[in-house]
Structures are given as structure tokens and as C-alpha cells.
Design a protein around this ligand. Structure first.
Ligand code: COM
Length: 517
């Protein structure tokens, strides 16, 4: 199907994407400008965050670019299987925690022992995701003027030539933006029905999981999905080979985040390993065997989730191109996004962690600039980070422990302050925390700012609660520019919000030798 010149509305794209996903139809969609006789400056294989942003930037610089994607939409795994479903599930977890906490109070229904259907939330997502897909296609075609081929299985003929069906496309450069997929550990029983990862959960779940979820892994994906399962009212056991949540380096913030998960009923087995998943006669998960320091324990479940990291989507490509990869199989690139083969670039998840949207998009843009003759370098570093438990957990910069190792005069500001009532204080107050503040003060969050007392510069910030994530994007930018306690004190807080430490800084900023608080 050729669509160049046809104006596809968002509704029309929505219908096309829904029908194509439903029917698994394999006819490619070509959106190629027949009047443009220029050779392509680049073909992006993959139109996810890295490919779409890279292509848009390349075109903005005056180049000609083609995106080829296997899916009938642009935007990649984010709206289809990754960020968008994950955020939906996190919203559900936050809402369900609120309902459960206030069950039977104020206007809240009795919901203490309610179990919510995971299957219906997944089906709800599957129906809804075509909306974002359609917007990506519309924006790319009508607003950004991008040329693309969708729903296509391209074959790389050589570094400059890609084939789709009987059509060949030539370009000066090839950009691999192929993404990644969840790691398959291959333990006995991992193929049984009832074992999922973040992709297969949204694509394949066709039964209602029972009362117990077993989650394998201790990192972001394991905990984020685990908290969602727990919030639906299921017993959720997280089994981690090492520590859970190792990326949250500040011990006090990590302790609060873990305590709040435990108070919601999350169970953790650290330094433990799932040895085998047992099935029944129909090939469905029946139980798991877990090895801990105390021996082997068995847990009955029909639902296992693997959150064990990711693997590059690079096998098919590296059969054709002899590209250098790192020891985990991610394509090696330099800071200009160039691979080991001239004229071949790689961007996004296929180049390895962090598997974050900003990193993918910025790598795509970096490749585009280099292709168009600018010199641009990028390496993801010093970025703000977050994860969803039932709360949003945000952090940037150094933990208190790291700061104390590097600086002699570290100051800390935090809420709640150290006090005899412990966490039962009701601060920090802020967006979507007010009900907790009034009725369940220990659940009203935690925030902490780490400062170098000598230079007065902010070294790190941590926040558990809601409403801080957007602020952390800007705060990190300012911290990297050398933001001080005095600069922060000079900002205008939109009260009541967690106000990203502005009020605490203002209380201390007048003091040349300020203390902790
Ligand atoms: C976001 C996808 S859902 S993209 O980065 O805008 O392409």
C-alpha cells in the first residue's frame, strides 16, 4: 500500500493499526516521496524512539531519510509493550494503593480484600494502545514529513542497500535502531504457559492469574511489575539473586522505598534463585522451586514474571554485517554512534543500557548530526532516574554515602526529619500525598537533599512519593550546571508541592554555615 499524498487522519491510522495488529497482516505500507530523486542520507532500521527522533532531526538538517519498521506504527516498543503499559500499570498500582489504604473511609468503597483482574487491565491496554500508535504515525507523516515503510521485514543486502519485498532502497548510511527484548533465562520450566516477561505479558496473557505472583529479578522491571501485581490484591514474591533495588544508592531512601513496598505486602527473597518452574499436565505453571541460604523452598503459583534485563535485537543484523558487539551482545558504538563498520551507526536500546527513552532519542539525534556532517558526541551519564513502586521514586546525583566519601563537609536536608515519631510526621506534603498526610502520615513520602557545605552546591536529591518526576528533569539539569542551596532558595515554589527542596533551602540559605535539617 502506498500512502504518500493521502492525508491519513489519526482516526484512520487508528483503524489501520488496530486491523493490522489484529489480522497479523503482512502487507507493507510505503510512504515514499516519488518526486524526491535524492539518494537517502540514511536508512534507519527501526522507528522507535531512537529511529524516529534521529530521522526527524536528520530531515530537519536538510537530509533525506527513510525509516523502515517491522510494526505497522512508529514509536517502537514504548507505546506497544514497554513505557506506556508500564505507566498504565503504575497508575493502577498508585490508585489501588490509595483505595486500599482508605477502604471504607470518606467516599472510598470497601476494597480491602478485593482482587482486581490483571487480564482485563491488559485487554484494556491492548485496545487503548492504538491511540498513541496512530498519533505517532500521523505526527511522523503529516507534521514531520518523514518517509517510511511500515509493517515490513527488511533484508540488508549490504551497508548501503536494504530490500523490502521486491523494492530496494539505497542510502549513504545505515542506522540500526532495532531495540531490545527481555532476556530469557532458560531455566527449567521457563517455557511453560504462565511464565511472562514485559512483552509477552501484554501480548499473550489469556487467563486470569491466581492469588500468587512470583517475580524473578530485583531491578526496575521486576519491582515495577511486581508492585502492580501486588496492588491488584495478589501475594507477590520477588526473588532476586542479589539485592533488590540496587540502583537506588542512598541507603535511607532505599530503606523507605522498601519499607513502603513491604507495608503493601510485597515479599522479597534476596540472594535467592528460582531453580525450576514446575508445570501441570496441560503445560501450565504449577509451582516454583527457590534456592535460598536456608535450602530449597516451593511456592504454588500459576503466574511467573521474569524481569531480568534485556538483550539486543541484533541477531539477524549481525548475520549479515560483521559488527563488533560487547560481551552482552549489544552493538558497540563510539560517542558518535558509529559502529565498527564505516557508514553503519547504531542507536537506542540495541547499543545497551541505560534502556531509557531520553538516551535512545539523544543517540538518534547524535547519529543524525554526524551523518549530516556535524561533529556530535553523546554518552548517557549523570542523568536523573526513577522507578515506580506503588509510588514514584526519583533520584539524581550522589547518595549521602557517596557524597561523604568524596566531600568533607556534607550537609543533608530531609523530610520527615529525624524525630522520635519516626516516619509518622506527614511530611513531605505535596501533589497526591495530601490524603496520606492527613490520615496515614508515614505514607506521605520521603525526600532528601545532599549538599556540599563548602561550595553550597547540590550533590544529590531523592524523592519517594508523587509529583516530583517532572521537577527532577529540570533539577538534574540545574545541578549539573552547579546549582547551589542559595539558587534553589531563590526559586518560586508552587505551594503546596514537594517543591523540590526550595522551602528547605530557603530556611537555611541565609546561614553561612548551615546545618543539617
Ligand atoms: C514515544 C515513542 S511513546 S517516540 O519516542 O515518540 O517515538
Amino acid at each position: 500500500m502506498d500512502v504518500w499524498g493521502d492525508c491519513f487522519t489519526i482516526a484512520k491510522w487508528q483503524q489501520y493499526v488496530a486491523e493490522t495488529l489484529e489480522s497479523a497482516g503482512s502487507t507493507p505500507v510505503f510512504n515514499i516521496n516519488p518526486k524526491d530523486v535524492r539518494e537517502f542520507d540514511a536508512i534507519f532500521l527501526g522507528g522507535g524512539a531512537a529511529g524516529r527522533f534521529g530521522a526527524a532531526y536528520l530531515r530537519a538538517l536538510g537530509g533525506r531519510v527513510l525509516i523502515i519498521d517491522r510494526w505497522p506504527f512508529l514509536g517502537g516498543s514504548c507505546p506497544h509493550q514497554a513505557c506506556v503499559p508500564h505507566h498504565l500499570f503504575s497508575d493502577c498500582a498508585a490508585q489501588l494503593m490509595l483505595e486500599r489504604t482508605f477502604s471504607g473511609q470518606l467516599w472510598f468503597q470497601q476494597s480491602k480484600d478485593k482482587t482486581v483482574s490483571i487480564k482485563s487491565i491488559i485487554e484494556f491496554f491492548r485496545r487503548g494502545r492504538v491511540g498513541p500508535h496512530a498519533v505517532m504515525n500521523y505526527q511522523s507523516k503529516e507534521q514531520l514529513g518523514l518517509e517510511f515503510v511500515l509493517n515490513a521485514q527488511p533484508a540488508i543486502i549490504d551497508v548501503h542497500t536494504v530490500q523490502v519485498g521486491d523494492r530496494q532502497f539505497h542510502a549513504k548510511n545505515l542506522v540500526l535502531a532495532l531495540g531490545a527484548k527481555p532476556l530469557e533465562p532458560g531455566m527449567p520450566g521457563s517455557q511453560l504457559k504462565g511464565v511472562f516477561n514485559s512483552q509477552t505479558l501484554v501480548e499473550n496473557l489469556d487467563f486470569e492469574p491466581g492469588n500468587t505472583a512470583v517475580v524473578i529479578g530485583g531491578g526496575k522491571s521486576a519491582l515495577e511489575y511486581g508492585c502492580f501485581f501486588n496492588a491488584t490484591g495478589r501475594r507477590t514474591l520477588v526473588v532476586a539473586r542479589h539485592q533488590i533495588m540496587p540502583m537506588l544508592k542512598d541507603a535511607e531512601s532505599r530503606a523507605y522505598a522498601i519499607l513502603m513496598m513491604q507495608e503493601q505486602g510485597m515479599e522479597f527473597l534476596e540472594n535467592a534463585e528460582v531453580m525450576e518452574i514446575q508445570g501441570d499436565a496441560q503445560g501450565r505453571v504449577r509451582s516454583v522451586s527457590i534456592k535460598t541460604s536456608e535450602g530449597i523452598t516451593h511456592v504454588d503459583t500459576d503466574f511467573v514474571f521474569m524481569g531480568l534485563g534485556e538483550l539486543a535485537n541484533s541477531e539477524q543484523i549481525t548475520q549479515t554485517l560483521d559488527l563488533q558487539k560487547d560481551d552482552k551482545g549489544f552493538i558497540k558504538v563510539n560517542r558518535r554512534m558509529q559502529t565498527s563498520i564505516p557508514h553503519v551507526y547504531a542507536v537506542g536500546d540495541v547499543t545497551g543500557p541505560p534502556m531509557e527513552m531520553f538516551k535512545a532519542r539523544k543517540e538518534g539525534v547524535c547519529a543524525a548530526k554526524n551523518i549530516m556532517g556535524q561533529t556530535s558526541e553523546y554518552k548517557a551519564a549523570d542523568y536523573p532516574d526513577f522507578m515506580h513502586t506503588h509510588y514514584e521514586v526519583c533520584w539524581l546525583g550522589l547518595s549521602e554515602e557517596e557524597a561523604r566519601q568524596r566531600y568533607a563537609n556534607v550537609k543533608v536536608m530531609k523530610l520527615p526529619p529525624d524525630n522520635p515519631n519516626g516516619l509518622d510526621v506527614g511530611l513531605p506534603a505535596g501533589d497526591r500525598m495530601m490524603l496520606y498526610l492527613m490520615a496515614k502520615p508515614r505514607m506521605s513520602g520521603f525526600q532528601k537533599l545532599i549538599i556540599d557545605g563548602d561550595t553550597r552546591k547540590i550533590l544529590g536529591a531523592f524523592h519517594i512519593g508523587y509529583g516530583a518526576k517532572d521537577g527532577f528533569q529540570y533539577l538534574n539539569y540545574l545541578v549539573k550546571k552547579g546549582l547551589t542551596i542559595d539558587d534553589l532558595a531563590d526559586m518560586d515554589e508552587l505551594f503546596i508541592s514537594p517543591s523540590y527542596f526550595i522551602q528547605l533551602c530557603r530556611l537555611r540559605a541565609g546561614d553561612p554555615h548551615f546545618n543539617d535539617m
